[in-house]
Design a protein. Structure first.
Length: 399
């Protein structure tokens, strides 16, 4: 009995020791597993944060490079357009073309500067640039949108001018004058402010702490009015109506109407056997080209603006990287107008193309006048020679 009691005491002690050790091991393993899981979650969060910063940097570089590239192309092409138009005979359609080029040139300067002040790398490196960006970002954003809108309005006026010239040919000399074109263009340039006033009221410039460097970076945020959902809806609908729908309707109607009138006129001349030497409408091809370019480049943005007006803007944090890239590229499309008009003029206007070639060849005005006079003398000599040959042939036939 004493032996059994001693064995039971020894076994109980051993069991207690084993349970204590096993309990310690279970607790230790549980704590180690929890710690490992927390470390893995922390590492995943750090990796996701690093990936987000990396993708944001890529998107920022695309935005900056796109703005600077489009801006420089706009500056170069519109300077060339102004130089070429200066050498051409000033007619009312060319007055509108000059005003469009000036507005697009100013848009190009604004786009280029915005490309500099949105570049995060440059802002982190130069404190002076951050200060300039803080004070100039909103005004330049406003001017960029204003001059782009003015150029669109003037392009619509160009279509109306060509429609009047075709629809009322007897009143063309009185209605389609250079002075009236200048006044109309100036009024439409000022009118471009109206659809963009909301930018001044709804946006303001402030700073945020950059997550990678800790530097205070300038950016645009909404004011109290900008956060008001009613004001936001009004701004979206007015922008969609005044910057997208109205110019689009005016350009499509005037362009289509002009084509119909010209087709009817030529059909009538063909049926009546009427030959007119001066039946070519000045700058008609250019007008149609500008209208088609506007439709192609603004339709995607118009559809997105319509969707945003109905469903509201989605937060950029919910957009995937690919969606953000796509939206950025769609936003670049309207700025293509600021330099593509030059290529439309070169392709569709013979006199513009010839003057552009002379400009690229660096021909001076005196050289062009000399060449013109030589060509005129050669043509006069050729005509006189042909008249002599015809007289001699007539005498030979009489013999």
């Amino acid at each position: 009995m004493g032996v059994f009691r001693g064995f039971w005491l020894i076994s109980t002690s051993c069991m207690a020791i084993l349970l204590t050790v096993s309990g310690y091991n279970v607790t230790s393993l549980t704590w180690e597993a929890a710690t490992t899981e927390q470390n893995e979650v922390s590492q995943e969060e750090d990796a996701d944060k690093s990936m987000d910063i990396y993708l944001q940097n890529i998107l920022n570089k695309i935005t900056s490079f796109g703005h600077m590239s489009l801006g420089m192309l706009s500056i170069i092409c519109n300077v060339l357009t102004i130089l070429v138009l200066r050498e051409q005979r000033s007619l009312s359609p060319r007055v509108y073309m000059k005003w469009i080029a000036v507005c697009d040139l100013l848009t190009g300067f604004s786009i280029t500067w915005i490309g500099f002040i949105v570049n995060q790398t440059m802002l982190q490196s130069y404190p002076e640039l951050r200060n300039l960006a803080h004070w100039t970002k909103l005004p330049l954003y406003f001017l960029q949108s204003t001059f782009a809108t003015s150029a669109i309005y003037i392009a619509g006026a160009l279509g109306v001018d060509r429609l009047i010239a075709v629809r009322f040919p007897l009143k063309r000399a009185a209605w389609c004058t250079r002075k009236r074109a200048h006044v109309t263009s100036a009024i439409l340039t000022i009118a471009g402010v109206i659809p963009n006033v909301h930018l001044i009221l709804r946006l303001t410039s402030t700073h945020y702490s950059d997550s990678s460097s800790g530097i205070l970076m300038p950016y645009l945020t909404h004011t109290q009015i900008g956060r008001d959902p009613i004001a936001t809806k009004i701004a979206q609908y007015s922008k969609f109506a005044l910057k997208q729908i109205t110019p689009l309707v005016v350009m499509v109607v005037t362009g289509s109407w002009t084509i119909v009138v010209i087709s009817k006129s030529r059909r009538f001349q063909k049926e009546a056997n009427v030959q007119r030497k001066d039946n070519k409408l000045q700058c008609f091809g250019v007008t149609i080209g500008v209208i088609v370019l506007f439709i192609l480049t603004n339709t995607p943005l118009a559809l997105y603006a319509l969707d945003a007006s109905i469903n509201g803007h989605k937060s950029s944090t919910t957009d995937t990287f690919h969606v953000s890239i796509l939206l950025e590229l769609i936003g670049f499309l309207p700025w293509v107008n600021s330099f593509m008009n030059f290529f439309v003029y070169v392709l569709l206007n013979d006199s513009f193309r010839q003057n552009a070639i002379r400009l690229f060849l660096c021909e001076t005005k005196s050289e062009r006048e000399t060449q013109t006079s030589i060509n005129g003398k050669d043509r006069h000599t050729y005509i006189k020679g042909n008249e002599g040959n015809e007289w001699n042939e007539g005498n030979d036939n009489q013999d």
